[in-house]
Design a protein around this ligand. Sequence first.
Ligand SMILES: [Zn+2]
Ligand SMILES: [Zn+2]
Length: 343
Amino acid sequence: MVETMTQAYLPEPGTILYRQVERPTAAPGEVVIAVKRIGICGSDVHVFRGKHPLVSFPLVQGHEFSGLIHETGAGVEGFRKGDLVTVMPALGCGACDRCRSGLFAQCEGLRFIGGALPGAGSNYFAVEARYAVKMPAGVTEDDAAMVEPLAVAVHSVRKVPDLGGRPILVAGAGTVGQCIAQVARRHGAGTVVVADREPFRLAIARSMGFETLLADSPEAIEKRVTGLMEGRNPWAAFECVGAGVVLNGCIRAVERGGRIVVVGVYEEPPVTEMVLVQDKEILLAGSLMYTWEDYGAAVALLSDGDVDLAPLRTHHVPFEQWAEGYKILIEKTGESLKVLVDL
Ligand SMILES: [Zn+2]
Ligand SMILES: [Zn+2]
């Protein structure tokens, strides 16, 4: 008899339905994971709202998740039943120059679990064992499900190798922004100012020891940031919102010769103040995903206690109520941050 499991899928934007599908078994080289936690990410919300330019429906979401090894296929070593793992969801072609140098995020053939490939939104998930990442002792299921966004943060902070002792602006206090602030501090940044228009999210950043700036007008960042940095301008700004008004705030705020890392996903092409980018000799860098090195660094930050992600987790919803998680993020932006789906 074929064993089945429940899978959540989106037939179209704005709708999550459940269906019974065949439960996977581990093919040679694969592991089957009993999924425990799935994080809802800003990019998932873009997809849910039908605003992500690069995906097509129907699809199964879930790219930041954790679970327990349930079964290992022939030839798989290093995993035992019950091991807590997460998965690195970005699958490069493995053959091109970019993949061979470790920069699979730049691979032309990149496929993403929870994007073009089915995500973890089911009771069990089968994946090639080389993409499963075993958690060190002490890392929780909740933390393991947040390795992916933390790795995004590590990757973007590494775009500014010279931030030691210098003031840093993080524009956008969502999960990735909050992770960037914590990673930048571990990398030796000076004053870290976190800006957002939601006081609730700023309160979380403040509880983590960061200076905060309420971005309640388009000019708020440039007007107030130096006052929080002893009169200095930020050396680097991380744009974690994906909005032209925020990007331009960063462009006006940063020091001459400074850096801006674009991490947010833009729903619309922004009108950008390139006059100032040129005039101030700003280095503007995009940041997408991570490398394996970033993934390893994220796991180490968690297991060493160098970051604290618990304050970022504001809600848990049961698997059967996944859509409720989207509702919380879309309708209660002012009261939510990371929402985890529990299985
Ligand atoms: Zn994500
Ligand atoms: Zn490739």
